[in-house]
Design a protein. Structure first.
Length: 63
């Protein structure tokens, strides 16, 4: 940490400065928006999901 880049101290960038996180975010959002998606209607109601009073593992299996 002897030489801290000046952009980290002053906020001014010299040379090539790219916002890699922002670019990756924009790329990922465009990829997600390119995927076809349709919501044909609401999900079916599941009776046992309406109450959370049952203990974990009520239907069997490991917790």
């Amino acid at each position: 940490m002897k030489q801290i880049p000046s952009r980290d101290i002053t906020g001014h960038c010299e040379g090539e400065c790219r916002n890699l996180v922002g670019e990756a975010d924009c790329k990922r959002q465009s990829e997600l928006q390119a995927e076809p998606y349709s919501n044909s209607g609401p999900s079916p109601s599941i009776p046992w999901a309406s109450s959370r009073n049952e203990p974990p593992g009520f239907f069997g299996g490991h917790v």
